[in-house]
Design a binder for this molecule. Structure first.
Ligand code: ADP
Ligand code: ZN
Length: 737
């Protein structure tokens, strides 16, 4: 709010020449001292400072230490024209750095991911043709007019326009004074249209009203608190948390909604527009540079009331954050697996706790962590029990694949085929789900028996017939589909093995020649817009049979869909991953939840070779409580999260022996860990054991709850000196263990 912005604390102002300590985005071990520039600067100010021959971005972090040669201390170049970083944001970055064991410069980089942040104000104006004629048409002025006429609809920055016309910027400025050129604020500096929180929402059911009332009360009460909003798909969780957003906006505070998938934002933005009369700010990798800069700046000025985005939106410079929604909170994509390894759900709670905001975690199938926190009373639990309107939960049944007569190379059982045929007759939609992109997961040579593998990774190459290439799902490398075996040279003996979404599409087309078949997989669409169009087409009934990957499991609304067939319900159950059961349970329930959203009841059929498996039985019976309790008991006995603490230390390098050597040295010198009762396991090959030519090895550290794990880890790895190309990264709460 403006008062918060306007308040200047004298203690936070550094006069010209005073020493300030600056945190930069450069990987340095410490803060650097500079002299405050002409006009002074404030604590938290974004500044540009000299570093060697370069200019780098930084934030004034506190008074300078003055512990080295004062004569050599350089001056801050300038203070950037953006709102200073708030104390709460500085605290958030520090605590997040401590939690994830990430150096502060990397945290600052996360918080300043807006291109053009350090552009001077002159670059943030654009120039177009004005209405007046220049008073005297010099050559220079004529060239400016020509450029503007040639590129009619484009707007130029001062620098661009002057360069293209071959004139000095002062010529353009002079023409502005005459009205021959018009100067306007760049679109990246335009504020967002206000959202109207007084517009009425949908009239809520009694259940929904009770939940919305709780959330509103929580916001009115002020202060931090986390609520787990649990309800089956279609129960109206979104309607309910939009009420909380309205309450937050009414208080003049900002709200943030995190979604797990870019493909979901378009539908959500439309919903927000219908509810509040305008579109909110959008923040994710698909947003243009100009727009990112705008969202960053407006968030910092408090002029973006609502931001809808991906996990990195948590690091935007909100002025007055009042509410964070984490939709589909169990989704594994909230875990950033590259660079700074953080879980957006945990970071949302941390940020909210620091700035006194509320958090709503929404899910039909909460993570075991959140479920346990709700059980222990750390989080408030709100449940929506019924689906909205006539929609009822789908009936679930297993198809016992041991009893089905399957032809080699086919994956749709006769029972599932008949169920689809029935829907086709009734004009209803069916969804066949398989969580495998591409045509076939394995390409095998029939002559030598070798599988085609990625040269850089420990992964198979997956055939993508649509792209006409083989692709590595780990590094993204693609190659043409060979006709000759790379191992033995045999010709035309390569064969696809196993099902992928594209191959299933072919099988369905052969089984149901009269049906309209849509294959939905992220890699089949060139852009988010094409994907959105495909999804809208399906929702409008333009397909009879939908073949899809994980992508369709999340959030989309297909009202005509009444049958979901899961091709391989056993897929997630293999392997030694302790979270496998939880993930399979969540995914299967989510997929099944796609069926029967409107008036027509739905059915979900799971093809499985192990119908007696406890996880499959829990999915079928819908006994969530029972499932969570059994899972919790198992994890508690094993002392793993959320009942114990866990961290991974990943070492990587081009030479596998060297990586293992370092791992073994660390494992032997585990005194710092043993001192707090923590144990180290490994080194063992990491879940991704080789990627882009780098070998990866992991040490797993397990500790009892309540142990200061990060401090022990920091002491443990402190002596490590990484030679050559070796890298070390810490992963707190790894996804798989
Ligand atoms: P969830 O987020 O739990 O999946 P949604 O909020 O998306 O559920 O609701 C599912 C569908 O039902 C949406 O189309 C939504 O607009 C509609 N809906 C939910 N509650 C109501 C209500 N009280 N009045 C009218 N429509 C509703
Ligand atoms: Zn690869």
């Amino acid at each position: 709010t403006p008062e918060r912005q306007g308040k200047v604390n004298e203690a936070e102002v550094f006069r010209e020449g005073a020493l300030v300590a600056v945190l930069t985005t450069q990987p340095l071990g410490r803060l650097l001292d500079y002299k405050a520039p002409e006009g002074g600067c404030r604590l938290g100010a974004f500044v540009e400072v000299p570093l060697g021959p370069r200019k780098v971005l930084g934030v004034v972090w506190g008074p300078g230490k003055g512990d080295y040669d004062l004569a050599r201390v350089r001056s801050v170049i300038r203070v950037l024209d953006v709102a200073p970083m708030l104390e709460e944001m500085r605290q958030f970055l520090s605590r997040a750095a401590d939690y994830t064991l990430t150096p502060m410069p990397a945290m600052l980089r996360l918080a300043t991911r807006a291109p053009g942040l350090s552009d001077p104000p002159s670059m943030r104006k654009v120039y177009r043709r004005g209405t007046a004629e220049p008073t005297r048409l010099t050559d220079a002025r004529r060239r400016v007019l020509e450029v503007l006429a040639d590129y009619g609809s484009l707007a130029f920055t001062l620098k661009e326009l002057a360069e293209m016309a071959g004139v000095t910027p002062s010529v353009v400025k002079g023409m502005v004074a005459q009205g021959a050129v018009r100067e306007e604020a760049s679109p990246r500096d335009l504020p967002f249209p206000p959202l109207d929180h007084t517009r009425p929402g949908k009239s809520l059911t009694a259940d929904q009203q009770a939940a919305a009332g709780h959330l509103r009360a929580g916001l009115a009460g002020g202060g931090y608190g986390t609520t787990l909003l649990k309800g089956v798909t279609g129960s109206g969780k979104t309607e309910v948390y939009l009420e909380a957003v309205a309450a937050c906006l009414a208080e003049g505070r900002q709200a943030l909604v995190l979604l797990p998938e870019i493909a979901l934002t378009a539908e959500f933005l439309t919903r927000v527009e219908a509810r509040f009369g305008a579109r909110p700010a959008e923040w994710h990798s698909g947003v243009t540079m100009t727009e990112r800069r705008r969202v960053w700046k407006m968030t910092g000025q408090g002029q973006a009331q609502l931001v809808v985005g991906a996990r990195s939106a948590l690091f935007l410079p909100f002025r007055a954050l009042g509410l964070v929604i984490v939709d589909e909170e169990h989704d594994t994509s909230y875990k950033q697996e590259d660079g700074v390894l953080y879980n957006a759900r945990d970071m949302a709670v941390l940020r909210a706790a620091i700035c006194g905001a509320r958090v709503v975690l929404a899910s039909a199938t909460p993570s075991l962590e959140s479920w346990a926190n709700a059980q222990s009373g750390k989080y408030e639990l709100l449940e929506l029990s019924a689906r909205f309107g006539a929609a009822v939960l789908p009936e679930m049944a297993a198809i016992d694949m041991r009893a089905e007569r399957m032809q080699a190379g086919t994956w749709i059982s006769p029972t599932l085929r008949d169920a689809v045929a029935t829907r086709l007759k009734r004009g209803e939609q069916s969804l066949l789900f398989i969580n495998r992109r591409g045509f076939a997961p394995v390409t095998l040579c029939r002559a030598c028996g070798q599988q085609i593998a990625c040269a850089q990774c420990d992964a198979r190459m997956v055939e993508h017939r649509f792209l006409k290439r083989l692709m590595c799902h780990q590094c993204g490398e693609t190659t043409p589909i060979p006709t000759v075996c790379p191992s033995c040279g045999a010709e035309d003996r390569l064969a696809p093995v196993g099902p992928g979404v594209e191959r299933l599409g072919e099988e369905a087309a052969a089984l149901f020649p009269e049906a309209r078949i849509a294959v939905l997989s992220s890699d089949l669409f060139g852009s988010a817009r094409a994907l959105k169009a495909a999804i809208e087409g399906i929702a409008a009934g333009e397909a009879d049979v939908i073949i899809g990957t994980q992508l369709v499991a999340k959030g989309h609304n297909f009202p005509l869909l009444t049958l979901v067939g899961v091709i391989d319900a056993d897929l997630g159950l293999q392997g030694s991953d302790l979270r496998a059961a939880e993930r399979t349970f969540q995914l299967m329930r989510q997929v099944a939840g796609r069926a029967g959203r409107a008036e027509k009841p739905g059915t979900a059929l799971l093809q499985t070779y192990q119908p007696e498996h406890p996880v499959i039985r829990a999915i079928l019976s819908g006994d969530e409580e029972g499932f969570w309790r059994a899972e919790a008991a198992e994890r508690e006995a094993a002392g793993v999260p959320p009942f114990g603490r866990m961290a991974g230390v990943i070492l990587s390098g081009p030479d596998v022996a060297q990586v293992f050597d370092l791992g073994n040295t660390l494992a032997r010198n585990d005194g710092a860990l043993r001192a707090v009762g923590a144990q180290v396991f490994g080194p063992a090959p990491a879940p991704i054991s080789r990627i882009r030519g780098r070998h990866r090895v992991r040490l797993l550290v397990k500790a009892p709850k309540g142990v200061a794990l990060q401090e022990a880890l920091a002491r443990w790895i402190a002596p490590v000196r990484l030679k050559g190309d070796l890298r070390l990264s810490v992963d707190i709460d790894p996804q798989s263990f």
